[in-house]
Design a protein. Structure first.
Length: 430
């Protein structure tokens, strides 16, 4: 490109008609490129400027002076920018933030900070991408249930669209779960707000239930409060996890004895005994252990993905709890034989998702479409008995947690009232 006279744009005569400048092929800036693109107030984009090389230019002052509408510019590896080019700063009028952005790079003064080796590509004015997304804008609770405002946050992004820890969100407003009423909770971050209207409803019949059981263990083994917990429901009949139950008392597994443990929730109190026995040295081979007729199906919840998980393996349950999952107790009991229930896994959605079915054909069909067998294609537990286990599908789920399984009809009906679908009996438990 020939040299331009200082401050004299070659397109100045047609400046009022030019809205875009596009380069076709490589262009090398002349020694004197002062004012090359200056005074083009209607230009919004410089396309293919990635082929525009500036190393040979000795004077590039005011190159972009007056290009006040320029919001898109493509720069290459051999483009060298300086503050003397006078590229106007991006607009700060909403929705713009006054910065240029390319991927994770964002600057107010692009020409000073630009490095062609790592930042080449298309730069645009940054729009404010700050956002707070809630899981539920109108949650409903029963009197006595637990409310956690931060747990209702699905996602937070900063002005550049990057994820933000929910702990940076300011929450105002309180919810008194001891009294029926409507409460407003406001979430604020980066100038953005979201509001949730929380309804706490009284119930004509208090459906709070707390079920526990006595256990026997042996000296040297471990004891976990969850082992004596069977299930619990809130005043509205919703399932309650062991983490919401108050447990008092201790078990010394180094000594033989009988220990009393108290479980309390929602005004209900239950006491259990944990008997610690000495290890038996009886090697009489004629004494055969009695096989278990049923197995507990443990229910766990991942608060980060929203998925419930079900397993009869105490080892798997404990491993998941160590990994951050919440143990919610025993969902139902499974026979040790009967109709096989299979578990398949969808790796193609965010967080992954599991599906349980008593139809081997359905499981095989899902595997053919990209799902994976869980448990090596073997049954994870069995269906049989008189207790229906319901399944519900969330049509709004885009990631984990699209299906829920429960033996509680109230929980199932609550999900259906909130927009979940399907609602059939998937299999049976004891």
């Amino acid at each position: 490109m020939d040299d331009t006279r200082a401050g004299d744009s070659p397109w100045l005569a047609n400046a009022s008609q030019i809205t875009k400048v596009s380069f076709d092929g490589k262009v090398v800036a002349g020694a004197n490129s002062s004012g090359l693109f200056s005074e083009l107030p209607h230009v919004t984009a410089f396309e293919n400027l990635s082929s525009f090389d500036t190393p040979k230019a000795t004077d590039i002052t005011d190159t972009f002076n007056g290009t006040v509408a320029l919001s898109t510019i493509t720069l290459g590896q051999k483009f060298v920018g300086t503050s003397t080019m006078n590229l106007p700063a991006p607009s700060t009028d909403a929705p713009y933030t006054g910065q240029w952005k390319n991927g994770t790079h964002h600057f107010t003064d692009l020409m000073t900070n630009y490095d062609g080796n790592t930042m080449s590509g298309t730069w645009t004015w940054t729009t404010d991408e700050t956002a707070i997304t809630l899981k539920n804008v109108s949650p409903s609770l029963g009197v006595g249930e637990t409310w956690n405002a931060k747990a209702n946050i699905k996602e937070v992004k900063d002005q550049f669209g990057q994820p933000v820890n929910v702990n940076q969100v300011t929450v105002t407003g309180t919810v008194d779960t001891t009294k029926a009423g409507t409460y407003t909770v406001t979430y604020s971050y980066g100038g953005k707000t979201q509001t949730a209207t929380v309804t706490v409803a009284a119930h004509a019949t208090n459906q709070t239930v707390l079920k526990v059981k006595n256990t026997t263990i042996y000296v040297g083994s471990t004891w976990n409060k969850a082992e004596n917990f069977v299930s619990a429901t809130s005043s509205s009949g919703q399932a309650v996890s062991i983490n919401q139950v108050t447990v008092t008392g201790t078990v010394d597994t180094t000594k033989v004895g009988t220990y009393t443990i108290t479980y309390s929730y929602g005004g209900k109190t239950q006491t259990v005994t944990v008997m610690v026995k000495a290890k038996s040295n009886n090697n009489n081979n004629n004494s055969k252990p009695v096989a278990k007729q049923t197995l507990a199906v443990y229910r766990l919840y991942n608060k980060n993905s929203g998925e419930h998980f079900y397993t009869v393996s105490a080892f798997e349950k404990d491993s998941l709890v160590k990994g951050g999952w919440n143990y919610e107790g025993i969902g139902w009991t499974s026979p040790t034989q009967g109709t096989a229930v299979y578990r398949v896994y969808n790796p193609n959605v965010k967080g992954g998702d599991h599906y349980y079915t008593a139809s081997q054909f359905e499981a095989q069909s899902l595997v053919k479409t990209g799902w994976k067998w869980d448990n090596g294609g073997k049954p994870v537990f069995y269906s049989g008995g008189k207790t229906p286990v319901y399944v519900a599908f969330n049509p709004n789920a885009t990631a984990s947690g699209s299906h829920n399984y429960t033996s509680h009809s109230f929980e199932q009906n609550s999900l259906l009232k909130n927009g979940w679908k399907f609602g059939k009996v998937q299999f049976y438990g004891k």
